[in-house]
Design a protein around this ligand. Structure first.
Ligand SMILES: [Ca+2]
Length: 472
């Protein structure tokens, strides 16, 4: 008997025995998908290329990925293919950015881009998992053009290309390339295209709506840091209202969380008809600090007049020299978290970083140098064109594109005044009305969320939170 035939018979016999004794394991149905994933490469010179072997995760496989800005460790995800790309963001300089595409086996035909946070680099793998593939979307996330780790030279210093990538370019290019790669992978065009992001992610989403209205059919943004040239100086301003620690204006965390918060609730909570610890509309309350101001009969559990002045400034609009409006104040009601943020014991890292390395290109710039001229310099430069404040979104919302924009903001936001969201929404509404571009109610909705912090609903685990926020 021919040796090859012998081998074939041996193999068949081996299989027969395994089946007979119940040990034969058929190949998984998804192994074809796994093989296709692992073999997948994308190379388009001058545009993008895969930078690592694509990884396939079967449903329930442990997905444990960490980068400088995001991490995920889960065994609850459906089957998907992880594709890592380098995209060319500026062919003239050969500047590139990293991007990840997570492509579910059971694809719903839709595309979802995930926004970033802060100034950090690194794809948002957490949301690629829990938001995109968990709901059947092909997800894309950019590293914003840098992969910053703490320490070393700050990435934006004298690096305009990196700043432009962070500001808008890496997102847009990743979306355009991402759709091409998705189409190649599934051999099927994207049906609908969506975006979701909060804070920096909210800013990126608005930038997309304003600059690249064709990228998405629907955009969901939360508390956007869209007025960079004002939110950053405002953050430093709020710091300075109470800092340094142990100055006469300093207010300890326990005082915010007990004395002040309790008095705010006493005066404001019931105005919405329900005393539940949440202010449905903090702007309705005309807070009077006098009951907690120290006087001749109460000099211990109280605020000095200097502290009261600081407190009321924190809740007030930031008005600079020449009566120049800079930014809205924090809202009443979020005092449990305010000491963990801008009225805490240290200067805002993000804001100081922005002023030093984006605007001034000066590592020694100090908070004490903040003034109207510095803010106006920031406005004039609008470094990287990071501001996303254009009120004309008609190319996105109106025919023929007919996009939809959903915007939410927590009214207890501790990092960006909720007034900023209202300001942008109202600017769009006014612009569209003034230019006869239609009523925005059908295309752009703002949802203020009472009691909600910056981009977070407290006390609910992330994966459950995201499923509650299911946007399918
Ligand atoms: Ca209430």
């Amino acid at each position: 008997m021919h040796r090859a035939t012998q081998r074939l018979l041996l193999i068949l016999f081996h299989v027969y025995v395994q089946v007979a004794v119940g040990t034969y394991i058929a190949p998984r149905a998804s192994d074809t998908a796994a093989d296709a994933c692992r073999a997948f490469r994308y190379t388009k010179p001058g545009v993008a290329s895969t930078t690592a072997p694509s990884q396939y995760f079967h449903a329930g496989d442990r997905v444990n990925i960490v980068n400088p800005s995001s991490s995920i460790d889960s065994t609850n995800l459906p089957a998907f293919c992880r594709v890592q790309l380098t995209v060319v963001t500026n062919p003239a300089t050969n500047k590139t950015a990293g991007a990840e595409l997570w492509l579910p086996l059971n694809w719903n035909g839709r595309f979802l881009a995930i926004g970033n946070s802060g100034h950090s680099g690194g794809a948002v793998v957490e949301d690629l998992g829990f938001v995109a593939v968990a709901q059947g979307f092909a997800g894309v996330s950019t590293d914003t053009g840098h992969n910053d780790t703490s320490g070393g030279t700050p990435w934006p210093l004298h690096n305009d290309e990196a700043i432009i990538d962070w500001s808008w370019r890496a997102m847009h290019v990743s979306v355009v390339v991402g759709k091409m790669v998705v189409t190649t992978y599934y051999q099927q065009a994207v049906n609908k295209s969506y975006y979701i992001g909060c804070s920096t992610g909210g800013r990126q989403g608005l930038k997309e709506v304003q600059m690249f209205p064709g990228d998405f059919d629907g955009v969901v943004i939360g508390s956007p840091a869209n007025w960079m040239t004002h939110v950053q100086p405002w953050s430093l301003h709020v710091n300075s209202l109470v800092q340094p620690v142990n100055s006469t204006r300093w207010i300890p965390a326990a005082t915010w969380q007990n004395l002040i918060h309790n008095e705010v609730l006493r005066q404001c909570d019931g105005l919405d008809g329900v005393e539940d610890g949440i202010l449905n509309d903090p702007t309705r309350c005309n807070f009077d600090p006098s009951p907690i101001t120290c006087n001749s009969t109460n000099s211990t559990n109280c605020l000095t007049s200097t502290q009261v002045h600081a407190l009321m400034q924190v809740y007030s609009d930031y008005i600079e020299a020449n009566n120049t409006f800079i930014f809205n104040g924090l809202y009443l009601g979020g005092e449990l978290d305010y000491p963990n943020a801008l009225v805490g014991d240290h200067v805002s890292d993000l804001a100081l970083y922005y002023e030093r390395y984006f605007v001034m290109n000066d590592s020694s710039w100090h908070v004490s140098q903040l003034n109207l001229a510095a803010i106006q310099l920031g406005d004039r430069l609008d470094v990287g064109h990071a501001n996303a404040i254009d009120p004309n979104i008609s190319a996105f919302t109106n025919a023929p594109h007919n996009g939809k924009l959903i915007h939410y903001v927590g009214l207890a936001d501790q990092l960006i005044s909720p007034g900023n969201s209202k300001l942008y929404y109202n600017s769009v509404k006014s612009f569209m009305q003034a230019n006869a571009l239609g009523d925005i109610d059908n295309v752009y909705r703002l949802f203020p969320v009472p009691g909600m912090k910056h981009c977070k609903v407290p006390s609910i685990p992330l994966d459950k939170r995201l499923r509650l926020a299911n946007i399918t």
